[in-house]
Design a protein around this ligand. Structure first.
Ligand code: LLP
Length: 416
């Protein structure tokens, strides 16, 4: 459930504000987020985990706007980061470094040092070489690094190959058969403290089974390690729970957490989740205006002012995202359109074969754009990135200004 609904006059609202008004006030393309939806989804996870010790580490990569991170930090959220940049954002937003886990396959020494200095909760290690580097960097600082090993359980998450991460052929994690050896090595290191086991098998999963299979494999590993005297304190199950862009019916966080909790009975394990999409996707829309309608011989095009540089998911993954009229009571005739952007690429589309009642100047909302929308935006074609607005009840807050052209060439220099 989210808070983007039509009012009695058929006008699409974000909470209590008409999107039409926001478009006029802030211009388009515009990302619009709903605070109530964001918070609702975070609480859904937190309450689902319920009475067992747990921490929700929101995956910053899904949407890293400081205002959003700050709202989550106020709820007590932890954060899953994949770069020193994301750690700096979390800190700038008032997040607690003691609730930060650091994923990612190629952490630099500088990133390790920053994370050690800030005393993050845990490094999720993705290779033996990373373990060696971390031990050395921590040693140089006279510190001890807390770690989990990100295990690759070789499970087919049944999702798009680009966002499937838990198969042998993926670059992520350490093959589960090799994990005990890495733990043994880590246990013998002076500047490493073993905290957990971690995995993340993919994103936009719509079935529980792959999660459950992964959990079983991880719990078996935890038992094996315990038999060797290596004790694990937390189980980090990663992110990946899907959302309904269209007809998908992903499990509710409660269903997911309940199934996990049953497996944890009798164990003293803290449960960590790293959800990104499930928290923020449906808390945002991309608002865009139709520039032109262009009839074609085989299809009609709706040329809009947002492109693949604003929202890459359809172009990159062929992702289907729902595109709806902001004014659902228009007099325009319904027709079939490919909804395409201004970028000079054939792959620049946000939706294909959509039935829409639109004309020049009509507003459209691309739903579920809160996750991996703005964070994957670029300046391709020298297009300033969109502004971001957060709606809270009947109030709107500009949480990121639209980029100015001068921002785009800041740092570029002419030859003397
Ligand atoms: N933890 C780790 C280690 C991850 O790599 C990811 C996402 C997450 C958590 C959060 O996953 P989520 O709960 O959001 O599924 N750009 C793609 C998604 C890439 C996901 C990468 N990793 C998309 O737009 O579909």
């Amino acid at each position: 459930m989210d808070h983007f609904n039509y009012d009695a006059d058929g006008q699409l609202q974000a909470e209590q504000l008409p999107l039409q008004q926001l478009a006029e006030q802030y211009g388009t393309p515009l990302y619009v987020y709903s605070r109530a939806t964001l918070e609702r989804h975070w609480h859904a996870f937190d309450q689902a985990a319920g009475d067992i010790p747990h921490l929700i580490c929101y995956a910053v990569k899904a949407n890293s706007n400081l205002a959003l991170l700050n709202l989550l930090a106020r709820l007590g959220s932890g954060f899953d980061i994949v770069s020193g940049g994301e750690l700096s954002r979390v800190l700038a937003a008032g997040g607690d470094p003691a609730k930060v886990v650091f994923s990612g396959v190629a952490k630099s020494e500088a990133e390790m040092r920053l994370a050690l200095e800030k005393e993050i909760l845990c490094f999720n290690l993705e290779s033996e070489a990373e373990l060696e580097r971390l031990n050395r960097v921590a040693g140089g600082m006279g510190k001890v690094a807390r770690v989990s090993v990100r295990v690759n359980p070789d499970i087919d998450a049944g999702t798009h190959p680009y966002i499937s991460t838990g198969l042998k052929q993926n670059k992520f994690g350490i093959p589960i058969e090799q994990a005990p050896a890495i733990y043994r090595k880590a246990a013998a290191m002076a500047h490493i403290e073993i905290k957990g086991v971690d995995c993340h098998i993919g994103s936009q999963l719509t079935e529980l089974n792959p999660f459950m299979e992964a959990a079983d494999k991880l719990l078996r590993l935890i038992d094996e390690l315990a038999a060797e005297g290596i004790h694990i304190h937390h189980l980090d199950v990663g992110g990946g729970l899907g959302v309904n862009y269209g007809a998908e019916q992903p499990p509710h966080p409660t269903e997911y957490a309940e199934a996990l909790k049953q497996k944890l009975v009798g164990r003293k394990l803290t449960l960590l989740f790293e959800p990104g999409r499930a928290i923020v996707a449906n808390a945002g829309v991309l608002l865009t205006r139709v520039e032109f309608l262009k009839p074609g011989e085989t299809r009609n095009f709706a040329l809009i002012d947002a492109g693949m540089n604003d929202l890459l998911r359809p172009s990159l993954y062929g992702a289907w995202m729902n595109i709806i009229e902001v004014d659902s009571r228009t007099d325009h005739e319904k027709a079939l359109y490919d909804v395409v952007g201004p970028v000079c690429e054939t792959g620049d589309f946000l939706g294909k074969e959509r039935t829409l009642a639109i004309g020049e100047g009509s507003l459209l909302a691309v739903r579920s754009a809160g996750a991996y929308g703005f964070t994957m935006a670029s300046n391709y074609n020298t297009r300033p990135r969109a502004a971001e607005v957060l709606v809270d009840g009947d109030k709107a807050f500009l949480i990121r200004e639209r980029e100015q052209l001068a921002d785009l060439w800041r740092g570029e220099h002419l030859l003397p």
